[in-house]
Ligand binder design. Structure first.
Ligand SMILES: *[C@@H]1O[C@H](CO)[C@@H](O)[C@H](O)[C@H]1NC(C)=O
Ligand SMILES: *[C@@H]1O[C@H](CO)[C@@H](O)[C@H](O)[C@H]1NC(C)=O
Ligand SMILES: *[C@@H]1O[C@H](CO)[C@@H](O)[C@H](O)[C@H]1NC(C)=O
Ligand SMILES: *[C@@H]1O[C@H](CO)[C@@H](O)[C@H](O)[C@H]1NC(C)=O
Ligand SMILES: *[C@@H]1O[C@H](CO)[C@@H](O)[C@H](O)[C@H]1NC(C)=O
Length: 691
């Protein structure tokens, strides 16, 4: 009895949640349709000037076809703005897109057979889509599919039921063909409108697949949004109260409040955030490495996510991928391994030597809780935002990308918070970039087993570290050589493998573990070297530096031959997949080791500069926030996008800047503006009351 009640309750909740996981109002899309009204409106439009507004907002023959641009997105907002009441009809615009399969002969219109006197009609320009351009177009659609998969947005519609329950927008394989926008009255289905057009203008007789339709206000306000608004209102309220209370105490009463009362205070938190204490034993150069690596990650994502839109100059874009000068972007995925290295390194360095082994065993729960608590608030905030409000921030013909990301989070928020996304929902990750957090957390959970052996005898420590590194290398070797993946994350010709590549290799903790354990080794070495004055001879230092540079260069530049189309040395790819990340992290490990022990010279000076401190502290926030920001910015595009280096770098700066908003607070703080204005307001307020 109890069980059945429980089951009913659970199934009600689940179905309730599922009903609201959709980010678009499918009910609205279905209910606006009315074929009688559609027929009426279409016939009316034929003889009305209003038709020009629909035609104007629809696609034409795109420009730049010869360099591969086959998409025309019309005018999204102009179409949705059409709203007129004529002859008892509500004529409103609906923005739909159709995709055209590439493998058909497209008949362009013939000139009408009219004998105008004395005019010889010119040849109809038929864009000579040669085989090479066709190949480029196909490669590009594959590449776009890759970007979709990379952003966890590749949703195949598996069955007929799927299609009937999800009216529009939907992702189908048909999404990957030339896309044209058509602006039609909202009461019409795409098919009815297209049939009407094709009847009258036979040259439109091409095969097409419906892709999606959009209407004004078709993003419903869901329970997730209500939860988000409630939670953020409460936090906002607490911030205001806490800040006011804190400032009152600090500036007026000149006393300190207790920690709990100022927990949410903007004033205290900003001050703490911007105060950098250097304590002995701090790894100064790590700040520089962290800040630069994070910038590299953001650049990589800025470039890659461009492909979620439509690239206008795709011939150039495909060429760009294989250029030597783009290597530095193509090798950006290596930075992830830098972060795994840092994670392992700091895990050891901040534990071993600081406390005894017995104490470590007693407080091991803190080892986990500390980390979870450090990561949880911001992660939970981003998951909640992505599941709700971010979907309402902007709009455009590419907005399904953001909407699908939102649906991922509505479905898998729990998996994100539990850090098990890489195994549970590897093709539908909530906040795609957080696969890294999942892998990192899983490694962190295993890490104390090794840590326990690092407290005592050096021999045991070395054996444990070498053993676990070897074990992880065996596993990465097995995975790489069994699956035969490409060594490049985005190889244009091997996109079809990407799903498995991500699932079995890229997101797989067993394949990505070596850099973490290399980090543990360097953390242990740093600990051993800390208080001792062991010198390394100049020759050895020079050798080690050269070796380290050579290893880094190898990892960065090896991606260049791999990206070439004619590349087919699978063994080399497997070798890279198995060991490249270990090689890279060893080189970076030496860099840190050398910098900390005084062998870094100008490199150490540069990486320890004060300017890296704030971005390094912000790196986690920047990491979490930059991806959704890029998605939103790209989701707001309304046209095909011209891909250039300059544009990508410019957008990269904007991505970084948006994340850097706290810097403004820093500026205000330094100029005492904030302080003065708060003081002024508080004093006038309190002073007046005293009188
Ligand atoms: C469609 O519109 C016509 C005329 O406005 C109306 O009579 C009819 O009931 C509508 N059909 C549906 C299914 O709503
Ligand atoms: C539109 O105009 C043409 C000629 O001007 C006429 O033959 C046709 O019947 C009209 N169509 C409608 C639906 O009114
Ligand atoms: C058109 O062609 C005819 C002969 O074919 C010629 O007589 C006439 O002048 C031409 N008209 C013009 C406007 O060129
Ligand atoms: C293009 O490819 C088709 C078949 O794939 C072939 O018949 C045709 O000759 C090719 N055209 C050129 C110009 O290479
Ligand atoms: C696309 O349209 C064609 C006919 O126009 C149809 O045969 C095909 O199944 C459609 N594909 C998808 C994925 O809907």
């Amino acid at each position: 009895m109890h069980r059945s009640v429980f089951l009913v309750l659970v199934s009600t909740i689940v179905s309730y949640c599922e009903g609201y996981s959709s980010t678009f109002d499918n009910y609205l899309y279905e209910t606006v349709l009315n074929s009688t009204e559609c027929d009426e409106q279409l016939h009316f439009l034929v003889n009305s000037t209003l038709k020009w507004r629909f035609i104007d907002a629809s696609a034409k023959i795109p420009s730049g076809i010869l360099s591969g641009n086959v998409n025309d997105l019309g005018d999204y907002y102009q179409c949705l703005d059409i709203n007129q009441h004529i002859k008892n009809m509500d004529v409103q615009g609906k923005y739909c897109t159709v995709t055209v399969p590439l493998d058909q002969v497209i008949q362009l219109p013939e000139w009408p057979d009219v004998n105008w006197p004395n005019i010889t009609l010119p040849e109809i320009p038929r864009p000579p889509l040669d085989n090479e351009t066709m190949r480029d177009i196909e490669s590009y659609y594959k590449l776009r599919k890759w970007a979709m998969m990379m952003a966890s947005l590749d949703r195949q519609v598996d069955s007929v039921e799927d299609i009937s329950t999800r009216v529009f927008p939907m992702m189908t394989t048909a999404q990957y063909g030339p896309t044209f926008a058509i602006c039609i009255p909202k009461v019409c289905s795409t098919k009815q409108a297209m049939d009407f057009i094709q009847d009258r203008y036979p040259f439109f007789n091409i095969e097409y697949n419906e892709s999606f339709c959009r209407l004004p206000n078709d993003k419903p306000f869901t329970p997730a949004d209500k939860v988000a608004i409630t939670v953020f209102s409460i936090i906002g309220f607490l911030i205001i109260i806490s800040t006011a209370y804190d400032c009152y105490h600090v500036f007026i009463l000149k006393t300190e409040t207790n920690v709990l009362h100022r927990a949410f205070s903007v004033y205290t938190n900003t001050r703490r955030f911007l105060t950098f204490k250097t304590h002995p034993g701090a790894l100064e150069c790590v700040d520089g490495i962290r800040a630069i690596s994070m910038a590299w990650v953001v650049i990589g994502h800025t470039y890659a996510l461009t492909l979620l839109g439509f690239v206008h100059n795709l011939e150039e874009t495909l060429g760009w991928l294989r250029k030597f000068s783009s290597t530095w972007v193509n090798s950006a995925p290596l930075t992830v391994d830098t972060f795994f290295l840092l994670s392992g390194l700091l895990g050891v360095y901040t534990t071993v030597g600081k406390i005894s082994r017995d104490r470590f065993i007693r407080v091991i729960h803190l080892f986990y809780i500390n980390r979870l608590l450090r990561m949880f608030p911001l992660l939970a905030t981003m998951v909640l935002l992505q599941a709700s409000l971010l979907n309402h921030v902007s709009d455009g013909p590419f907005w399904q990308n953001v909407a699908l990301a939102t649906e991922n989070c509505r479905q898998y928020w729990w998996s994100a918070l539990l850090h098990i996304q890489n195994y549970v929902n590897s093709n539908q990750i909530c906040l795609t970039h957080t696969w890294y957090l999942s892998v990192d957390m899983q490694l962190y959970i295993v890490c104390p087993i090794i840590l326990l052996m690092l407290f005592g005898d050096k021999k045991i420590a070395y054996i444990a570290l070498a053993g676990i590194l070897l074990l992880s290398l065996v596993s990465s070797t097995l995975i790489s050589f069994l699956y035969n993946f490409s060594a490049a994350l985005a190889h244009p010709d091997r996109i079809s493998e990407f799903g498995n590549y991500a699932k079995y290799y890229y997101f797989n903790t067993l394949a990505r573990a070596p850099p973490f354990f290399v980090g543990m080794i360097f953390g242990y070495l740093l600990h051993l070297w800390k208080d001792r004055n062991i010198r390394i001879s100049k020759i050895n230092v020079a050798l080690l530096w050269s070796l380290s540079f050579a290893m880094m260069a190898f990892c960065i530049f090896s991606v260049y031959p791999v990206m070439q189309l004619e590349h087919d040395a699978q063994i080399f790819d497997n070798f890279l997949n198995a060991y490249m990340r270990t090689i890279w992290s060893s080189a970076v490990g030496w860099l840190i080791f050398a910098c900390v022990n005084g062998y870094g010279g100008p490199i150490n000076w540069f990486l320890s500069l004060h300017m890296w401190k704030l971005p390094a502290r912000l790196s986690y926030a920047m990491y979490l926030v930059h991806f959704p920001i890029i998605m939103i910015a790209n989701g707001s595009w309304v046209k095909t996008h011209y891909f250039t280096n300059g544009d990508n770098l410019y957008r990269f700066m904007a991505d970084r800047l948006l994340v850097h908003i706290p810097r403004c607070i820093c500026f205000v703080h330094r100029h005492r503006l904030l302080k003065c204005s708060i003081l002024y307001v508080a004093k006038t307020f309190v002073g007046r009351r005293r009188k």
